[in-house]
Design a protein around this ligand. Structure first.
Ligand SMILES: Nc1nc2c(ncn2[C@@H]2O[C@H](COP(=O)(O)OP(=O)(O)OP(=O)(O)O)[C@@H](O)[C@H]2O)c(=O)[nH]1
Ligand SMILES: [Mg+2]
Length: 447
């Protein structure tokens, strides 16, 4: 090995890896920002807690939690989340209600060159907010038309009746009345909550379900409506203010800078929620993926050259992960990964992708259960708050998007299991299924 080949090797690793702030310093330091995305309850916080525990438990290279400098994104509270999992009894991290960031650094040996500092930045945020990203490219009338069309599908009627009666009853020339805006928003929010409880995911705007911390600004009171009268233009103005706020607080500072992506999906729960909710989850994932930056245009590239800055980052590597795979036995996890591959693809090419079935926080062990005289591969674990082991066999996981015959037999509910007890407070890493494969795919070229 010569110096030169070491250097070209290093440059190649960085370029291939999609780390775009090219400078001589990249040979000795690089930052990789990884967005952990997923719809609400997909398992993002558990994934991040587990991933960090596994990276921190490695000896080669040795990682440490890093300070966040002068940025304004709050710190991801790794210690608190890990302490919850390590508790007696173990607890799950709480629902996420704001954005946070976890930073880790390591010195990577690249002898004979001096070692390189690698900084990994992971983002966590409430899953509900992911679906605010597609709003950035939609006007209020276009958004309203798309949402109302989805809500008017006959299969939605049990959830949408009250809100639609209100929306359809709005007079075309309604005045820009505050109490009308609030009444409509309350009905719309209540409907979103009912849909979420029924397993639906394509629910916008995200802050109607998970409000941002602090007092509610006046522009939060809007909902989708047709028409062009004074009332509709009040709602449109509020929608624009909402989108502006998403751009300022979520999209520009966070997602614009991401160069790798983990897309988590709780596919097993979607199978349980039924055909309509499954289709809806699939559409929601596609809409979120469509909103991310996969490539930059010539206009972007030229604009940034004129301003002497690097072109915006594009996402170069994506791991699609079906989460909570410990709800099914090993024999079914191959199908789960194959199903994920059939559900989620990247728009366009030039992006390295891989599909996985994983459990960030393993709760169960596999065992053979004899059901009606026949052995099935099942799992067993402790259900939250109970002492005995509970056996579970939700059903066969299809390796393709399910057809009508699949929906004829219900895919059973997944019990909420208690995490396995952690050895040594989690310092050796959280017990999991398949996390090493995901982390290797994401990071092998930078480590
Ligand atoms: N069995 C099992 N359950 C899991 C696993 N990961 C997450 N869960 C369950 O899924 C729930 C949600 O996980 P979170 O990590 O909080 O999900 P999230 O995507 O951060 O959710 P939001 O912050 O609300 O968007 C947990 O409370 C657990 O009940 C896993 O690996 N195995
Ligand atoms: Mg979370």
């Amino acid at each position: 090995m010569t110096w030169l080949s070491d250097i070209t090797d290093g440059v190649q690793r960085l370029v291939v890896g999609g780390v775009q702030t090219l400078s001589p310093w990249n040979l000795f330091s690089s930052t990789v920002r990884i967005g952990v995305t997923g719809l609400s309850r997909a398992g993002k916080t558990a994934f991040l807690t587990s991933a960090a525990s596994l990276l921190l438990a490695r000896t080669q290279p040795r990682f440490a939690l890093a300070p966040l400098g002068a940025g304004d994104v709050p710190r991801f509270d790794q210690a608190r989340h890990l302490a919850a999992l390590a508790g007696d009894p173990p607890r799950w991290p709480e629902r996420t209600d704001s954005v946070s960031m976890l930073a880790l650094t390591a010195q990577v040996d690249q002898s004979p060159l001096p070692s390189r500092t690698v900084r990994l930045e992971f983002l966590d945020y409430p899953g509900e907010w992911l679906l605010d990203l597609p709003l950035l490219t939609l006007s209020y009338p276009a958004w309203s038309a798309a949402v109302l069309a989805r809500l008017e599908a006959p299969s939605m009627a049990p959830f949408t009746r009250e809100f639609l009666a209100f929306a359809h009853g709005l007079p075309a020339k309604a005045p820009p009345d505050e109490s009308l805006a609030r009444a409509g928003t309350e009905l719309y929010r209540a409907m979103l909550v009912r849909l979420r409880d029924a397993g639906f995911s394509y629910l916008q705007p995200g802050r109607h379900l998970m409000p941002a911390p602090g007092p509610e600004p006046p522009w939060i009171f809007f909902f989708p409506a047709r028409g062009q009268g004074p009332f509709a233009s009040l709602l449109a103005k509020r929608y624009d203010a909402y989108v502006d706020s998403v751009r300022r607080s979520l999209a520009s500072p966070l997602f614009a800078e991401v160069d790798r992506l983990v897309v988590l999906a709780d596919v097993l729960s979607a199978l349980h929620a039924g055909a309509a909710a499954f289709a809806d989850t699939r559409e929601a994932l596609a809409a979120a993926a469509g909103a991310l930056r996969w490539r930059f245009s010539w206009a972007d590239a030229l604009g940034s050259l004129l301003e002497w800055r690097m072109p915006p980052k594009v996402i170069g590597r994506v791991a699609f992960v079906a989460t909570k795979s410990d709800h099914v036995a090993e024999r079914q996890r191959g199908n789960l990964a194959a199903l994920m591959r059939n559900l989620a693809q990247v728009p366009g090419d030039g992006v390295a992708t891989a599909h996985f079935a994983a459990a960030s926080v393993r709760c169960t062990e596999d065992f053979v259960w004899t059901l009606e005289g026949r052995p099935v591969s099942a799992v067993r674990g402790r259900v939250l708050g109970q002492h005995v082991l509970t056996r579970s066999y939700p059903g066969e996981v299809p390796d393709q998007p399910p057809d009508t015959s699949f929906w004829a037999h219900p895919f059973l509910a997944l019990p909420q299991f208690e995490p396995m007890r952690l050895a040594d407070g989690g310092r050796l890493g959280v017990p999991n299924i398949g996390m090493d494969a995901v982390l290797n795919f994401l990071l092998q070229d930078v480590l």
